[in-house]
Design a protein around this ligand. Structure first.
Ligand SMILES: [Mg+2]
Length: 374
């Protein structure tokens, strides 16, 4: 298929401090604990991938690093990196779960396939329907005064989409923040709500109905990930669109979600589905059922954001934009050599072969938790 073979891989586990604590219905996050995969060919090319789990949501960085270093490495050395589906099929057969490790692997393979062919990752998975998309920032600081300062600064830069993280400090706090943001920014603000499983199912409908007065664009994952039938009930009785995030990781869960009409929107994430192409499968199931999709992410660097941007660029339709804000507005520093492209409140899909971004080795050294594996 190509004249290139995978000759080695290095696994970097990093901890990058955040600018603030972000609170969510399932817990607080104070930084980006992530795994960077460096896939090296015998021809001197490097493909980059990232696995960014969230322990309360998908898994751990330690397990992601071990999955790549110990369990997937033997299946990769000597293989042709453009054989993306055969290698992913092998990885899926060798290791159950660990979607973030598989996402990192697929990202690095596609980056290499792009560098070999001269095509961008979005071109490799079908082409670009769009060059840019709106950016959503998550209002999640338990210190709402600090969030108001951040929102004002971003508003001045052109950001108009804000996702208020709810369900971690009481219903009154949630109502107050929605009311305040709507009062300050009026109808021009696109406000969304994400509970991250923070509502008890028995009382979720009443809480969400209170927030509907502030016209949120959607309400995301109000109940626990396994409470899918409760989520379907909420979507049925609430007028505001309901989005499933934790409740839909992959194509199989998407299919069940369609069968019970679990939500009006599915959040697509490279980390949940185990790669860009698997996320497109979720998108295809959603589209066939008339379910909208959204560009979600974990706590990631600009590298995984780039993969997310290529994924969202390739979707036939995108109306609800994306949330690839961490590299620009959350991380103390990013690991890319050039800033992740956010301008005027919009994410621009990187240009150039592969992912179209480059990792700065000095940043890998600066934020390493342990020596690179491999
Ligand atoms: Mg979410």
């Amino acid at each position: 298929m190509s004249d290139h073979k995978i000759a080695g891989l290095r696994v970097h586990r990093l901890l990058i401090p955040g600018k603030a604590v972000h609170s969510h219905g399932i817990g607080d996050v104070a930084g980006i604990h992530t795994v960077i995969l460096e896939l090296i060919t015998d021809t001197g090319l490097t493909g980059w991938g990232e696995g960014s789990p969230w322990p309360a949501f998908t898994g751990t960085a330690e397990a992601t690093a071990a999955a790549l270093h110990v369990y997937l490495r033997p299946h990769l050395i000597g293989q042709d990196p453009v054989q993306v589906e055969p290698l992913m099929k092998t990885a899926e057969a060798a290791l159950v779960g660990h979607p973030e490790a598989k996402a990192a692997l697929e990202m690095a393979l596609l980056d290499l396939a792009g560098k070999i062919s001269g095509l961008s990752v979005s071109a490799l998975v079908g082409g670009r329907m769009r060059e840019d998309m709106g950016l959503s920032f998550s209002v999640a600081n338990p210190d709402f005064g600090k969030d108001l300062e951040d929102v004002a600064a971003m508003w001045a830069e052109g950001v108009r989409i804000f996702k208020i993280k709810t369900g971690f400090a009481g219903h009154g706090f949630d109502v107050m923040r929605l009311e305040k943001l709507r009062e300050i920014y009026g109808a021009e603000a696109d406000l969304r709500v994400d509970y991250n499983q923070g509502l008890p199912a028995y009382d979720a409908v009443r809480c969400i109905r209170d927030l509907e007065a502030f016209r949120p664009t959607f309400v995301e994952q109000p109940v626990k990930m396994h409470e899918r039938e409760a989520l379907a009930h909420i979507a049925h009785v609430i007028d505001t669109p309901i989005m499933a995030d934790e409740s839909v990781f992959d194509a199989k869960q998407a299919l069940y979600g369609v069968q019970i009409r679990m939500a009006d929107i599915f959040s697509l994430k490279v980390m949940k589905s185990g790669g860009i192409r698997r996320a497109l499968e979720v998108g295809a199931i959603a589209r066939a059922a008339g379910i909208e999709v959204y560009g979600g992410c974990m706590f990631e660097t600009g590298l995984a954001h780039a993969a997310g941007a290529h994924l969202m660029a390739a979707l036939p339709e995108l109306r609800l934009d994306c949330e690839f804000y961490m590299a620009t507005y959350y991380a103390a520093e990013d690991i890319l050599t050039e800033p992740f492209p956010v301008r005027n409140g919009r994410v621009h899909v990187p240009k150039g072969p592969g992912l179209g971004v480059a990792v700065d080795p000095a940043m890998l050294a600066k934020y390493a938790v342990e020596p690179a594996l491999g």
